[in-house]
Design a binder for this molecule. Structure first.
Ligand SMILES: [Zn+2]
Length: 166
């Protein structure tokens, strides 16, 4: 096989590995390796009754090491949804795609509050009892992301946050 042919085969392989583009929707890229399922969870894409095809690629090679990617076809995530992602995957970028073109690219931004999406890690917290109380955390630091429970003031950061996604 000539070097040229070999190169062509190599290129073809590369293309096949690449994530298939979507016509319309949202691509969440540069998710830290291993966090894709948490992203699905925090966006409520697992149990929610939606028409969209959601696909996940994990352990994808990139110039900055391994990453995960989530694609949501036919649905454009709202800013408030995008901001939730930052609690568990602050490096992620969100691409809004229309007609196969990226029309908007966001870095995720931290919200001021996280309401109803995380569980307090204090078992005795009122938000963990059988009370009609919705969990609520204030973002008190950005690097690393640190949250404080509005009820018991217990703080959570880093892994603790992703472990406590409801
Ligand atoms: Zn609490």
């Amino acid at each position: 096989m000539s070097e040229d042919q070999e190169k062509k085969m190599e290129d073809k392989k590369q293309k096949e590995i690449k994530i298939t583009p979507i016509k319309q929707g949202t691509v969440i890229d540069h998710i830290r390796k291993g966090r894709a399922m948490k992203v699905l969870k925090i966006l409520d894409l697992i149990d929610r009754d939606i028409e969209s095809i959601v696909s996940v690629a994990m352990n994808v090679n990139s110039s900055m090491g391994k990453k995960d990617i989530v694609k949501v076809e036919g649905m454009e995530l709202k800013n408030e949804e995008i901001d939730k992602i930052s609690l568990i995957a602050p490096e992620a970028t969100v691409n809004i795609v229309r007609d196969f073109e990226v029309v908007k690219k966001h870095r995720v931004g931290l919200p001021d509050k996280a309401r109803g999406i995380l569980k307090c890690r204090n078992q005795n917290c009122i938000s963990n009892q059988d009370e009609p109380v919705i969990s609520e955390f204030e973002v008190v630091a950005k690097d690393p992301v640190t949250l404080r429970c509005e009820y018991c003031e217990r703080k959570m950061k880093g892994e603790e946050i992703s472990e406590n996604v409801i």
